[in-house]
Design a protein around this ligand. Structure first.
Ligand SMILES: *Cc1c(COP(=O)(O)O)cnc(C)c1O
Length: 375
């Protein structure tokens, strides 16, 4: 059976975990957390990086730092993971969903303005499959209406929009290092931002509401309870695993693009025959081969294709059930305008196996099997 996803050792993961243990400090913010943060600051040209226990937690921190209050509205696509919405709902926000663009599956930037009300506090673009949302348009709206922008860049690590790393363009960016993402630490994530004025508040929030970070820097002689907080910092063992992956970022990136490009070329004829649609990457976007998906005619065709591929030993996966149609989505949000594409496109989409250790012979086999399917 060819898996849909499998985490891989790509470099010194186990050596670094052993070293973390040998350091005699397993809790957060030690050697490897610092190495990961420094690596991201340099690579993504961003001033502040906070390694977290998940992207979900990074989003929760961002919602706090945006001062979301009960009754505030937050605009986002319905075609996303639950955490994008849940992080803001936990602060009492109402979610306003807007439709997606069928070409990228990203929030349609042209539908945001009509969803803005006087209660709107933030826009949350989700960079689906590591392909950037139209950030210039989104940032212009945010400026015009004085809104915060939180980028859900869970899938967008090492992807770019006109040369800028995803996650570093809005007020806050949230990354995921879950085992299904390009670079992993099992469970983990990061909150990144440019404005140093948020640094102190973010530190306190992440360290149980205390000024422990200042204490460790020798800036205060004891640490105290200062404000709201939780525990959002990951263990050094997880950070050690991630650092080994970041060191091999080029190798991981190259392999994922190799797989992506093979599928993309191999399935081109099906698109020409109008049997499927392949992913689209707009001008100015550099994607990170996070995912390879195809879109088939309809739900029925997708179900047949999934069964057929499974019979041939290939695991595939569809993706999000639109949030606005789920129980919590109905309770905590509303859809602005008409759902023209969200439901329809989500029912057509199928993700193909994509992971570092996937053999190219398997990629060839998967492509052949899809080519011989009766669409
Ligand atoms: C994976 C993912 C998340 C959640 O990431 P965790 O690190 O598992 O919390 C959030 N949003 C999107 C778009 C994702 O793909």
């Amino acid at each position: 059976m060819i898996d849909f996803n499998r985490p891989a050792i790509v470099g010194k993961e186990l050596t670094y975990i052993k070293d973390a243990v040998d350091q005699g400090m397993l809790c957060g913010d030690g050697k490897y957390t610092k190495l990961c943060s420094a690596w991201m600051k340099e690579r993504f040209q961003v001033n502040q990086v906070f390694l977290t226990t998940s992207c979900t937690h990074a989003l929760e921190m961002a919602a706090f730092l945006c001062d979301i209050e009960p009754g505030d509205e937050v605009i986002m696509p319905s075609y996303t993971f639950v955490s994008t919405a849940d992080a803001f709902v936990l602060r009492g926000a109402r979610i306003v969903f807007v439709d997606i663009r069928p070409d990228t599956m990203n929030m349609d930037e042209n539908l945001i303005e009509q969803a803005i009300t006087e209660r709107t506090k933030a826009i949350v673009p989700v960079h689906y499959a590591g392909v950037a949302c139209e950030m210039d348009a989104i940032m212009a709206l945010a400026e015009k209406y004085h809104l915060k922008v939180v980028e859900d860049a869970a899938q967008g690590v090492e992807a770019y929009y006109h040369g800028k790393a995803l996650g570093t363009i809005g007020d806050f960016g949230c990354y995921s290092f879950h085992e299904t993402k390009n670079y992993t630490m099992g469970e983990g994530g990061a909150l990144v931002f440019q404005k140093n004025e948020y640094q102190e508040k973010a530190e306190i929030l992440r360290e149980k509401g205390t000024d422990r970070s200042k204490f460790f820097r020798g800036q205060v002689d004891k640490y105290r309870w200062i404000d709201y907080g939780s525990s959002y910092l990951p263990s050094e063992m997880n950070a050690a695993y991630l650092y080994a992956q970041l060191e091999e970022a080029e190798k991981i990136d190259r392999k994922r693009h190799q797989i992506y490009n093979y599928y993309h070329e191999g399935l081109k004829s099906l698109e020409e025959q109008e049997k499927i649609q392949r992913p689209f990457v707009p001008e100015g976007c550099k994607h990170n081969a996070h995912m390879y998906y195809i879109k088939v005619r309809d739900l029925e065709t997708r179900s047949r294709l999934i069964t057929y591929l499974k019979e041939n030993g290939i695991c595939t996966a569809f993706h999000y059930v639109p949030l606005h149609s789920s129980p919590a989505g109905r309770k905590f949000g509303r859809f602005s305008g008409e759902d023209v594409y969200t439901t329809r496109e989500s029912e057509r989409l199928l993700r193909l196996p994509m992971f570092y250790n996937l053999e190219m012979s398997d990629v060839e086999y998967i492509t052949e099997k899809i080519l011989s399917f009766e669409f």
